[in-house]
Design a protein around this ligand. Structure first.
Ligand code: F6R
Length: 240
């Protein structure tokens, strides 16, 4: 894993934008694996600013997202589909038809997971963006998830529900279940870019980079990927 330490969140976002934009500029037909959460917001703002200023086009770019809460329709302001539209897609010239995410309202979980597995096979990712859970999760693959997993439905760890409660009016509103891309599929991306910001990620960053490769720390699997870049700010990298 190549580790880049940024002095602060702004520098982290600018460096992440450089990595992402290099992929988009090199291949206007690239497939981008995208993430939600607080960490990529600065990167997404840079992508929108670059599109407005330099005209980088996403007309032929396709995207697949990592995960979606179960039970939230894509019009729900806390759904990840809504998050992506609001924080990235609406600011680019991307065709909404070319953006993909699990359907949180799918009645048949097994069928929805199979649909997403098939889609991921058809759309090999040029780059997969990841955030890091404070408990070491990647996407919603919580500690203990087998490295061989495909798309599945998870019950969120209590620590994840607490971490995500800040985005809801009340912790009781945080969905307890989600669809997530599996670890096997994350590892299939040609390149992986994982971002970590803030002191609450320092333990997870340390275990991911320096710890044993173990299913108890899902992100530790990234040590085995041939082209994985970690960009961490100083607070997140403080234990390295
Ligand atoms: C989001 C996702 C999660 C987050 C992680 C970090 O699509 O899959 O794994 O990346 O929980 O979240 P933030 O960035 O909010 O700290």
């Amino acid at each position: 894993m190549r580790t880049i330490i940024a002095k602060d969140y702004e520098e982290l976002s600018a460096k992440a934008a450089k990595v992402m934009l290099d992929v988009v500029k090199e291949n206007p037909y690239a497939v981008l694996g995208l993430a939600t959460g607080t960490t990529p917001l600065g990167l997404y703002a840079h992508m929108i600013a670059d599109h407005e200023k330099h005209g980088t086009s996403y007309a032929h770019i396709r995207t697949v997202n990592l995960d979606e809460y179960k039970g939230l329709p894509k019009t729900h302001p806390q759904s990840y589909a809504y998050f992506m539209r609001k924080n990235l897609f609406d600011g680019l010239d991307i065709d909404p038809e070319n953006t993909n995410i699990e359907n949180g309202m799918a009645e048949n979980e097994t069928k929805e997971c199979a649909r997403y597995d098939a889609l991921l096979e058809q759309l090999p990712r040029d780059i997969q963006l990841l955030g890091l859970g404070s408990n070491g999760h990647i996407a919603f693959n919580e500690p203990g998830t087998p490295f061989g997993s495909g798309t599945h439905v998870v019950t969120l760890a209590e620590s994840t529900v607490k971490d995500n409660a800040r985005l809801f009016d009340d912790i009781s509103e945080v969905p307890r279940k989600a669809f997530t891309m599996g670890i096997r599929q994350i590892m299939q991306a040609k390149k992986i870019l994982i971002l970590a910001s803030g002191a609450n990620k320092a333990d997870a960053v340390y275990k991911m980079v320096k710890g044993e490769v173990t299913e108890a720390v899902p992100a530790s699997v990234l040590q085995l990927h041939p082209d994985c870049i970690l960009i961490a700010d100083q607070e997140a990298a403080s234990k390295l």
